[in-house]
Design a protein around this ligand. Structure first.
Ligand SMILES: *[C@@H]1O[C@H](CO)[C@@H](O)[C@H](O)[C@H]1NC(C)=O
Ligand SMILES: *[C@@H]1O[C@H](CO)[C@@H](O)[C@H](O)[C@H]1NC(C)=O
Ligand SMILES: *[C@@H]1O[C@H](CO)[C@@H](O)[C@H](O)[C@H]1NC(C)=O
Ligand SMILES: *[C@@H]1O[C@H](CO)[C@@H](O)[C@H](O)[C@H]1NC(C)=O
Ligand SMILES: *[C@@H]1O[C@H](CO)[C@@H](O)[C@H](O)[C@H]1NC(C)=O
Ligand SMILES: *[C@@H]1O[C@H](CO)[C@@H](O)[C@H](O)[C@H]1NC(C)=O
Length: 585
C-alpha cells in the first residue's frame, strides 16, 4: 500500500525504501498567519491558476504550515498541541517540537518551540513522542532524539517553570537519553515514538516504544518507578510478524458503548477493552483486545495476519495520530496529521505543507468491536448561517443543489433513508482486501441496487471538477455492509496531484437504524467525512481549480442507485475561520 510516489516520503516510505534518508516529514519557513501574497517561484499555466493561492489554506483545520502531531495534552485549563516542525524549510528535516496553546481546541496561540535540536543525542531532530501527566500533576515530555547518524533513543524533558501557564520553556534531563536501543534484536534506526505512560497494578510506570524487533514490528514495553530510570521488560507489549515497524503506537482503554474517556493513570474499570493503535503503510490501524495484567501483554480479541484487513482510524490521508485524555470534559481525543497531496515543488511554492485533521472524540461501540469518532463539539461554535431541508426524495439520477451556505468552509450533515432495502446487492468479503479498488470500480457513476448516493462537494459549474463522498449498501449474511468512498479522482484539473478514491466498509444494522448519516467538514483543501455516525472516517486533501476561481464551487446531494433514497434531514452551515496560530505577544 505504499503509494507515495512523490511529495515527501513520510515515515513508512522511508522504512521501506530509504531508512536513513528521508523519513522526517515536513518543513516550513515563516509560519505567519495568512502569509498569502507570495511571489510565484515558477511559471504556471494560464488555465490552471496557481496552487499558491491563499484560498487553499484551511480556515479551521489546525495548520501552522507544517506539522505532525506530537502528544497533545490538557493541563490546568489549557490544551497544548506539540507538533513536528522544521523551522527553516518546507522540506522535511530538522524536526523540532513546535508548541501551540488553546482553551477550546479551535483557536490557537503559537508560543515558543518546546524542544529544539541542542544536544548530540538529538542533533538530527527531536522526533515524535508524547506527554504524560505525573502523579504530582507535572507534565513530562517523552520524545525520540535522533543523533548525528539518526540513531534513535528516548529522552525526557520537564517544564522549566511550573508556574508559567503556557509552559513555554522545557528542560531536557541531564541523564538523557534515558532509553537506548540496547538488547538483542533491536535496530537503532527503527526505535521511536514513545507512548504516554500508564501505571500497572504494581504502581510502576510503563511506556511502549515503536520498534523493529528481529526484523518485525513491536511495541516494546519499558518500566520505571520514578519515570526517569527505565528498564526493558523481557517481552514486548505486543508484536507482530505481519509488518516490519510500527510508528507512533498509542495504547488506551475504553468502556464499550460509553463515550466517556478513561484516564490512563486511573484504575482500569471492569469491562474495559484495550486498544493498540499503530502507524504503518501510510495509515493508522488498530486492534481491540484486553490487557493481560498478570503477564503485562496486550492480547487482541482476534489476530488478523493480513494487515490489509486491520481496522483503520481513518481510511484517507491520516497518519501519526495520538490520543489523550481530556480531564476537563472526561473524553478521549484523537488527533492525526494529513499531508499535502500535491508535489513537493508545489509545497515549496506554497511555503506550507501539512495540516492536522479535526480533533475527534474517540470511543468504542457497544459491541466493543470498533472505534467510533466524532469531531469535538467545540467545532460547532464555528457554525453560522444554518440551512435545513427535510424529505428530499432522490430517485435514480437525481442531483439536488445545496444552496445558502458557503461551499468552501462548511459543515454538512445528512441522513439518508433508503425507501426499501430489497435491492441491496450481495456483499463479497474479498472487497475488504482493497477498498480503494472497489471504490474505483463501484464509483459514483456506476448504478447499484442501493447506492451510490451521497454528497458532491467543491464542484465546478459543469461538474468537470468535483469530489464525491458516497455510500453503497450491500447485504451480508446477517447485517448490511456499507461502503463509504471519498473519490478524489476528479477533484482537480490541476496536473501532478495524488487523487485516489479512498474507501472503507462498516457493518451496520440498517434494518433497525433505517438511516445512514454523513457528516462532511469542508475546509478549502480539506474534505473530512464521517459516515454511519462516526464508524468510517475519511480525510482527504483536494486542490480544485474552481476553488480559486471567482465563480466558486458548488455542493449537491445525489443518488445514482436504482432504489429511491430519501434525504430525511439535511443541515448545512458556513464555518467561520478560527484564530489559527496567532503569535502570543
Ligand atoms: C503523503 O502524501 C502522499 C501523496 O502526496 C501520499 O502518497 C502519502 O501516502 C502521504 N503520506 C502519508 C504518511 O500519509
Ligand atoms: C537543516 O539545518 C541545516 C543547518 O543546521 C541546514 O543546512 C539544512 O539545509 C536543514 N535541512 C532541512 C531539510 O531543512
Ligand atoms: C515563572 O513563571 C511565572 C508566571 O509566568 C513568572 O511570574 C516567573 O517570573 C517565572 N519564573 C522564572 C524563573 O522565569
Ligand atoms: C514470528 O514468527 C516466528 C517464526 O515463525 C515465531 O517464532 C514468532 O513467535 C512470531 N512472532 C510473532 C510476534 O508472531
Ligand atoms: C461511562 O464511563 C464513565 C467513566 O468511567 C462513568 O462515570 C459513567 O457512569 C459511564 N456511563 C455509563 C452510561 O455507563
Ligand atoms: C451519476 O451518473 C451519471 C450517469 O452515469 C453521471 O453522468 C453522473 O456524473 C453521476 N453522478 C455523480 C455524482 O457521479
Amino acid at each position: 500500500m505504499s503509494h507515495h510516489r512523490h511529495g515527501w516520503p513520510f515515515l513508512l516510505l522511508s522504512l521501506l525504501l530509504s531508512p536513513f534518508e528521508s523519513w522526517l516529514p515536513c518543513g516550513y519557513a515563516g509560519g505567519e498567519v495568512g502569509a498569502g501574497h507570495r511571489v510565484l517561484l515558477y511559471p504556471h499555466s494560464a488555465k490552471v491558476s496557481s496552487i499558491v493561492s491563499i484560498k487553499y489554506r484551511t480556515g479551521y483545520h489546525f495548520q501552522p504550515p507544517k506539522n505532525w502531531i506530537n502528544g497533545p495534552m490538557y493541563i490546568n485549563g489549557k490544551y497544548h498541541l506539540f507538533y513536528q516542525y522544521n523551522p527553516g524549510s518546507v522540506i522535511p528535516g530538522n524536526k523540532t517540537w513546535a508548541h501551540s496553546v488553546s482553551t477550546d481546541l479551535i483557536n490557537w496561540l503559537r508560543v515558543e518551540p518546546a524542544l529544539d535540536r541542542t544536544e548530540p543525542y538529538d542533533a538530527k531532530g527531536c522526533w515524535s513522542g508524547s506527554v504524560t501527566i505525573l502523579a504530582d500533576g507535572r507534565p513530562a515530555i517523552f520524545y525520540t532524539g535522533a543523533d548525528g547518524v539518526k540513531n534513535q533513543a528516548q529522552c525526557i524533558a520537564f517544564p522549566s517553570n511550573d508556574s508559567d501557564p503556557y509552559l513555554r520553556e522545557w528542560t531536557k534531563l541531564d541523564s538523557n537519553p534515558v532509553i537506548r536501543p540496547d538488547g538483542p534484536g533491536l535496530n537503532p534506526s527503527q526505535f521511536r515514538d514513545p507512548t504516554t505512560g500508564w501505571t500497572g497494578p504494581d504502581g510502576e510506570w510503563r511506556i511502549a516504544v515503536g520498534a523493529e524487533l528481529n526484523g518485525y514490528s513491536a511495541a516494546l514495553l519499558y518500566k520505571s518507578q520514578d519515570f526517569v530510570h527505565w528498564s526493558r521488560v523481557d517481552h514486548p507489549l505486543y508484536s507482530s510478524n505481519s509488518s516490519t515497524m510500527w510508528e507512533c503506537p498509542d495504547f488506551f482503554w475504553a468502556l464499550p458503548g460509553n463515550s466517556s474517556g478513561l484516564d490512563l493513570s486511573a484504575e482500569v474499570p471492569n469491562g474495559a477493552k484495550h486498544v493498540l493503535k499503530v502507524s504503518l503503510d501510510s495509515c493508522d490501524k488498530y486492534m481491540i483486545g484486553v490487557y493481560d495484567l498478570e503477564h503485562d501483554r496486550f492480547v487482541p480479541d482476534t489476530v488478523v495476519d493480513d494487515r490489509r484487513l486491520w481496522q483503520r482510524i481513518d481510511y484517507g490521508n491520516y497518519y501519526a495520530s495520538k490520543s489523550f485524555f481530556d480531564a476537563k470534559k472526561g473524553r478521549r481525543i484523537i488527533w492525526g496529521w494529513a499531508n499535502e497531496s500535491d508535489s513537493s515543488s508545489d509545497d515549496v511554492a506554497k511555503g506550507w505543507a501539512g495540516i492536522q485533521a479535526i480533533p475527534k472524540r474517540i470511543w468504542l461501540d457497544s459491541y466493543g468491536k470498533q472505534l467510533m469518532q466524532w469531531p469535538v463539539e467545540e467545532v460547532e461554535s464555528l457554525r453560522r448561517n444554518g440551512i435545513s431541508h427535510q424529505g428530499i426524495e432522490l430517485k435514480k439520477g437525481d442531483l439536488f443543489q445545496i444552496q445558502g451556505t458557503d461551499t468552501l468552509q462548511a459543515n454538512v450533515e445528512i441522513e439518508f433513508e433508503p425507501r426499501t432495502l430489497d435491492k441491496a446487492d450481495p456483499f463479497d468479503p474479498s472487497w475488504l482486501l482493497d477498498t480503494e479498488n472497489h471504490c474505483r470500480e463501484a464509483d459514483a457513476t456506476a448504478p447499484g441496487g442501493l447506492g451510490p448516493f451521497g454528497l458532491v462537494v467543491l464542484a465546478s459549474e459543469n461538474l468537470e471538477e468535483h469530489t464525491a463522498v458516497h455510500f453503497r449498501v450491500y447485504k451480508a449474511q446477517h447485517k448490511h455492509m456499507i461502503l463509504m468512498c471519498s473519490d478524489l479522482r476528479r477533484s482537480s484539473l490541476r496536473p501532478g496531484l495524488y487523487m485516489p478514491a479512498y474507501g472503507g466498509f462498516f457493518e451496520f444494522e440498517l434494518e433497525k437504524e433505517r438511516k445512514i448519516s454523513l457528516r462532511t467538514l469542508i475546509d478549502r483543501s480539506a474534505v473530512e467525512s464521517f459516515g454511519g455516525s462516526g464508524r468510517v472516517c475519511i480525510m482527504a486533501r483536494v486542490y480544485p481549480v474552481a476553488l480559486v476561481n471567482d465563480r466558486g464551487a458548488r455542493m449537491y446531494v445525489f443518488n445514482n442507485g436504482t432504489s429511491t433514497v430519501m434525504v430525511s434531514q439535511l443541515k448545512a452551515w458556513s464555518m467561520r475561520r478560527a484564530l489559527m496560530n496567532v503569535k502570543k505577544g
